[in-house]
Design a protein around this ligand. Structure first.
Ligand code: CDP
Ligand code: ZN
Length: 159
């Protein structure tokens, strides 16, 4: 049995000194704003995984009204979602992700990001792919008001 999941996330950009994308800190002249560490890619992956398993979404699991979630490490949230899915006997087949950001360049960090995601999800790096897109200078992405990410994940019931 195969199941597909889709995740999407957006964070506003503001003054700052860097972004955390896929668990990797990338120096930049702006930062993503959010209740947690605002890691748009790990949030999209968490939602994709929960969606594939029909197990809710990141906001249900970690409400931003709960002070315990303030500044929570997104890797911890993804790991907890992974644990929930794994306990249910489901296994990740592959992930494909897109980060939407006018700047900074993501590709130089792709290897590190894939490695970190694979580590959090206890899978091989080959199982994770990552692409990046600018906003072509238009809209909230292009005008550097926001960053976004999308992810699809395929899971199967373990043998
Ligand atoms: O060329 P195309 O319009 O399809 O894409 P683009 O958004 O102009 O991005 C050009 C190249 O830069 C692609 O190879 C992206 O993977 C890369 N890129 C990146 O590394 N970091 C970003 N924040 C945006 C794009
Ligand atoms: Zn988010």
């Amino acid at each position: 049995m195969f199941r597909i999941g889709l995740g999407h996330d957006t964070h506003r950009l503001g003054p700052g000194d860097g972004l955390v994308i896929g668990g990797v800190r990338i120096p930049h002249d702006r930062s993503a704003i959010g209740h947690s560490d605002a890691d748009v890619l790990l949030h999209a992956i968490t939602d994709a995984l929960l969606g594939a398993a029909a197990m809710g979404d990141i906001g249900e699991m970690f409400p931003d009204t709960d002070p315990a979630n303030k500044g929570r490490d997104s890797a911890d949230m993804l790991h907890r979602a992974w644990a929930k899915v794994t306990v249910a006997g489901l296994r990740i087949v592959n992930l494909d992700c897109v980060v939407f950001a006018q700047r900074p360049k993501i590709l130089p960090h792709r290897a590190a990001i894939r490695r970190r995601i694979a580590e959090i999800l206890r899978i091989e790096e080959e199982t994770v792919w990552l692409k990046a897109k600018t906003g072509e200078g238009v809209g909230p992405i292009g005008e550097e008001l926001a960053v976004a990410a999308e992810c699809v994940v395929l899971i199967e019931r373990g043998t």
